[in-house]
Design a protein around this ligand. Sequence first.
Ligand code: C2O
Ligand code: CU
Ligand code: CU
Length: 456
Amino acid sequence: MSFTRRQVLAGLAGLGVVGVGAAAGARYWLGKPLFADTHDYELIAAPLDVELVPGHLTPAWGYGGQAPGLELRSRQGDWLRVRFINHLPEPSTIHWHGIRVPLEMDGVPYVSQLPVLPGEYFDYRFRTEDAGTFWYHPHTTSAEQLGRGLVGPLIVEEAGGSAFLHERTLSLKSWHVDEQGAFTDFSVPREAAREGTRGRLTTLNGARLPVLELPAGQVVRLRVLNLDNTVTYRLNLPEADVRIYALDANPIAPRPLGKEYWLGPGMRIDLALRVPEAGRELSLRNGPLRLATVRSVPSGLAAGDWPAPLPRNPIAEPDLESAETLSFNFEWAGALSSTAEGSAFKFWQINGQAWDINDKTCADRPIASLRKGRSYIFELRNMAQYQHPIHLHGMSFKVLGSNRRKIVPYFTDTFLLGKNETARVALVADNPGVWMFHCHVIDHMETGLMAAIEVV
Ligand code: C2O
Ligand code: CU
Ligand code: CU
């Protein structure tokens, strides 16, 4: 595959972008009105100091002047056009997690595009065919770039409009910072070989233990995103009347949240919360730990009812009768771990192969080749003690079942494969290209747990 370097940025002034500084305002970050004929958003990635620890600044990196990044929105069936401008000190790309895009828009360096160098820009344009809660992030030096804050929500509204009158986006991320707000290691080999390196400081929408004021008596859609490198949040909302409406952007028949839901890195869940009477507080938690306080405030609105289930997305239904079954074993590869100069640690492997993030040619050796239009069943086998949120680019898949728990089949882009679990998922290989297939614990992905699957 060959690339031509995209438009080199000749100077922001020429684009009508005002410079950095106090007067810059929203337009600097958000080009919507200014560039309406070429793009909807102008998304700048740049260093950004944030106050995560009171009284201390953390040298984060943000999208659109925020970390987590600016919320992007599109409507199902519409084109989304994002001009990504790189003001970071290093190359980057944007990957649109869960969006079924053509390969050239997938944001994987050397597979779908060249990295966007500092000072350059790249225009992403694609149709958002599926509605739901998605997100975006780089696919370059991921532990550090995502770790510093380059993660953001992408909301695709239902073509027919939302069934909900109220909604909130809740982005979860923990930060690798010390008590002074300085970054600590994003990846520690000893941790990468286990569950992954955890950040110390948990935030929701970039804030510690925020209070969310919600209208009493109303049903509010909570779009919860796990944008973290490592942590699986065990989400719960004790004493709340709350139902699950969608998993990883795809609608399910609404059901109660239950005791807790394990939201692995990269995963999303759309909840409907019936807000209690004014003055009451609920606590959104990760296991026993509070993430945020929900405070009910008077709304003056008549009590809301549960909205109808969300309409399903146009994802092809796999034909299980004719499907070929492929097995993928996710294993510990400790014996292969290497500290040799220039080569990455390899703690993990898929079917005996460990991805090397420093080797640009790995994607030339896909571990599976699928025929376009055919259905496949993937048997995902976790041979290890640590769980892996398994993610596929380019196509969504249907989770059929597991040897460890009862599953009501549903479509997704990321499946949390528990320790020693074997699960079966199925898809129609309807998007030609070379697609990354990896664990979304960034430490695992960068130490071997990634592969390419081609559709020809
Ligand atoms: Cu969020 Cu390669 O993915
Ligand atoms: Cu992805
Ligand atoms: Cu993993």
